[in-house]
Ligand binder design. Structure first.
Ligand SMILES: Nc1nc2c(ncn2[C@@H]2O[C@H](COP(=O)(O)O[C@H]3[C@@H](O)[C@H](n4cnc5c(=O)[nH]c(N)nc54)O[C@@H]3COP(=O)(O)O)[C@@H](O)[C@H]2O)c(=O)[nH]1
Length: 781
């Protein structure tokens, strides 16, 4: 609301209130004057009625009625008129509204004590009924009230005087009054609501006049106020425009005094705002530039971050791929396979479903690999992986895997070993169908470098929970079944059964583990010194193979060398042994140990056509001089007596290698091959040495071997020497280089190092020799 509006409203309220108060005051005044006027008129009228005292005196009822009726006509507000004798007896009564008549208060209460008989009595009482015309007004004003007016009727005739004639009465009245007597009373009941009703027209006129006047005043004042507040309204509008930013120019306002002051202030505000706006605009521009710069930086950072995230994700994926997938075939590797199989087994158990594990090993893969080379082997493995994967994925038996990225339906555990997992299979028949499909899939030849190759698998099948409930057990069962399939003719599948021979299984498991031992770095050498008993110095060491099995601990060579020979692993094992022994001696020499030679056992099965080339390559590779390598050959190699063996030995000799004959005397020991082959050394077998003092036979054999060696100009090494007696017996009889527990058990390379110090065993030898003199030992023969 505008200021003018607000002032106008206030002025209107004040004026209207004042008008209302004035109307009410004037109304009240009107009422009182009207009432007083009526009362005065009634009193005057009663006094002027000269016939009234006569009618009262003579009790002229008719006359009295007429007079009362006449008095009632004085005003419509007079509702009742009652006439009393001077003793207070009712002589006559007239009601204006007969239906609403009600008893008037009794005479005595109207003329209460203290009131002279000549006085007019005033009073009022509440009434239950109001005249019909004014009933609404009576209700609005809180109920009907009736004014009681008792007017004495006076006469100069003493009413107590009796028997006056009308004439006498008239004369008495006409004669000048000496005294005045009350002859009766007229009681008037005047309706207050009727009185008010009677003044209503004048009240309405008054109200209308007041309203017109008030309206006029309000109109005039509002015009004036509007004129006065017009500059203020303008200023308010200007202030609004300033506030909404629509005004930025100084203003001119008509007016004086405070208006001018306010205009000045507003102009100052406009100036200030303009300055502020300019500064804000500059700040805004600077801020926008900064925001743009920061946005560009953030976008750049965001891009860099996204790139980094991409790189990290890529690296993570690559690492995952490397950690969980086989690089050659991209199939899940052993790690992913074991992790997921464990999970699937637990799921299968929970869902009460069957899970089948098929363990595949390619038959004769090694042969292909060796003959055609590793790259051909790799191509073959890739093709096999591809065929297995497509074969299994086509299958409707392979059910849901936990996570599509971790599917292990086909995995490569290493080498030529693959697994197929059939999750949630119905029965063994379904598994057999898939196994047959796998066999068929591999029957198609693979063309590699112009060769058509067929590689068949042997498949072992184990079913969880029937055959095993845990991952290791299931893998072992499938592995065992696979070996039985291989042993049973290859290119077939076999379900695992409990009656698969336990010992055979153990052997099969050892075979399986041995195949993996090299890859898993489980093979190592222990070295046993060969001591020159004249100098106490180590003149050579024999490298003796050990297998550090993850479950069974250290396995001695007699337990696994024959297996390696049987399963065709001895070539690989022997080649590794030769390389490792040569490498170890080179390392010792580089460290400054002057060890003349290292002796390596050679199995007869190693001794094939490629052997010479292999040894040559290893010597070249490791840089060991051929003269430092001694090959310990068994009698069986000699016994073959083939042209190729002689040729190979001559070739070795030509290369400068040392050749030693091991276990001499245990087989078909024959002087003829000793003389025909180009040997350097003869080892006296420990079985003869150990029992020489218990058996004359053995002692004689030892002496015979020594004599044989000497005559063939072969160096002698006696092995298995444990006691002083054996030492004395051998040394006294010309076997001066001794290998045995007496000096040292086979030890690790680290433990060997201190023993290689020149003359390390000299003190011990002196003690042994001294011991013989004290003990009075003498040669047996
Ligand atoms: N083809 C390969 N055969 C190998 C290789 N390494 C070992 N072998 C063959 O295993 C045979 C057993 O070897 P090992 O159990 O190590 O026994 C050797 C010595 O520990 C043992 N020896 C030595 N001194 C004593 C002794 O005082 N008492 C005692 N009871 N035994 C002793 O003799 C074995 C050494 O024999 P030898 O080779 O005849 O010198 C072993 O004979 C090899 O045939 C290998 O790398 N390849």
């Amino acid at each position: 609301m505008t200021i003018a509006g607000r002032i106008n409203a206030a002025v209107a309220i004040v004026i209207l209130s004042a008008s209302a108060v004035a109307v009410v005051a004037l109304g009240v005044r009107e009422y009182h004057s009207h009432r007083d006027d009526l009362l005065t008129r009634i009193v005057a009228e009663v006094g002027s009625q000269t016939a009234l005292p006569v009618a009262i005196y003579f009790r002229e009822t008719q006359q009295i009625d007429g007079l009362l009726t006449q008095l009632l006509r004085l005003s419509p507000a007079i509702s009742q008129a009652r006439l009393y004798s001077e003793e207070g007896n009712v002589l006559a009564q007239h009601n204006r509204f007969p239906g609403a008549a009600e008893p008037l208060p009794d005479f005595s209460s109207l003329r209460s004590s203290g009131l002279s008989p000549l006085d007019t009595g005033h009073g009022a009482h509440a009434s239950d009924t109001a005249p019909t015309r004014s009933r609404t007004l009576a209700t609005l004003t809180g109920g009907e009230r009736v004014l009681d007016l008792t007017v004495p009727v006076l006469s100069s005739v003493n009413p107590v005087r009796d028997a006056l004639s009308r004439q006498e009465f008239g004369q008495a009245l006409a004669s000048p009054a000496t005294s005045r007597y009350v002859v009766g009373y007229v009681h008037f009941g005047i309706s207050v609501s009727m009185l008010m009703l009677l003044i209503l027209p004048s009240l309405a006129l008054l109200t209308a006049t007041a309203a017109v006047l008030a309206g006029l005043v309000i109109w005039l004042l509002s015009r004036h106020i509007r004129r006065l507040t017009a500059p203020l309204s303008r200023l308010a509008r200007i202030a609004d425009e300033i506030a909404t930013g629509k005004l930025d120019q100084p203003i001119t306002v008509d007016g004086s005094g405070e208006i001018k002051e306010i205009a000045k202030v507003l102009n100052a505000i406009i100036g200030g705002l303009n300055k502020y706006k300019t500064r804000m605009d500059v700040d805004h521009q600077l801020l926008s530039m900064k925001v743009e710069e920061r946005t560009a930086q953030l976008t750049q950072r965001n891009d860099e971050l996204n790139k980094a995230v991409e790189q990290v994700t890529e690296t993570k994926n690559r690492l995952r791929q490397m950690a969980y997938f086989d690089s050659l075939t991209s199939l899940p590797n052993r790690r992913l396979f074991t992790e997921q199989l464990d999970l699937l087994l637990r799921l299968a158990k929970r869902n009460n479903r069957l899970l089948a594990l098929l363990f595949l090993d390619l038959d004769n893969f090694k042969r292909i690999n060796d003959s055609l080379g590793h790259s051909a082997g790799d191509i073959l493995l890739k093709e096999v992986a591809h065929r297995l994967a497509s074969c299994v994925r086509e299958s409707d038996v392979v059910a849901h895997f936990v996570d599509s990225e971790s599917r292990i339906d086909v995995s490569r555990l290493g080498g030529d070993e693959f697994t197929v997992v059939l999750n949630e299979v119905e029965n063994a028949e379904a598994v057999a169908t898939i196994a047959q499909r796998l066999l068929n899939a591999l029957l198609q030849p693979v063309e590699i470098e112009g060769h058509e190759l067929v590689v068949t698998p042997s498949i072992g099948i184990a079913i969880a929970p029937t055959d095993a409930t845990d991952m290791e057990g299931l893998l072992k069962a499938a592995d065992t079944a696979m070996y039985h399939a291989k042993a049973g003719g290859k290119n077939k599948y076999l379900f695992y059964s409990n009656d698969m021979d336990a010992a055979g299984v153990e052997r099969l498991l050892l075979e399986t583990d041995l195949r993996k031992a090299l890859d898993r770095n489980e093979l190592l050498f222990h070295y046993q010194p060969q001591v020159d008993t004249n100098t106490g110095t180590v003149v050579g060491v024999e490298a003796l193979l050990r297998w550090q099995h993850p479950d069974q601990g250290m396995i001695p060579p007699f337990k696994f060398i024959p297996i390696a020979e049987e399963i065709g692993l001895i070539g690989e094992l022997g080649s590794w042994g030769l390389r490792e022994a040569c490498r170890q001696l080179v390392e010792l020499r580089e460290e400054g140990y002057a060890l003349p030679k290292i002796a390596v056992n050679v199995s007869a099965l190693q001794f094939n056509r490629n052997f010479c080339a292999q040894v040559k390559a290893i010597l070249q590779e490791t840089g060991l001089p051929p003269s430092a390598l001694e090959l310990e050959l068994t009698e069986s190699i000699m016994m073959e007596d083939s042209h190729s063996t002689v040729k190979a030995l001559q070739e070795f000799r030509g290369m400068g290698l040392r050749l030693s004959i091991d276990d001499f005397g245990t087989g078909y020991s024959s002087l003829s091959y000793l003389s025909r082959f180009p040997l350097d050394e003869l080892k006296i077998d420990r079985s003869f040495v150990i029992d020489f003092d218990k058996s004359d036979n053995d002692a004689s054999l030892v002496l015979a071997i020594i004599a044989m060696g000497r005559s063939l100009k072969l160096e002698l090494v006696a092995e298995g020497v444990e006691t002083h007696e054996q030492f004395h017996f051998l040394t006294d009889n010309g076997a001066e280089v001794i290998q045995g527990y007496l000096f040292s058990r086979p030890v690790t390379a680290t433990e060997l190092r201190p023993l290689l110090a020149p003359g390390y065993f000299l003190e011990q030898i002196r003690e042994i020799r001294a011991d013989s003199h004290e003990g009075g030992y003498s040669s047996a023969l």
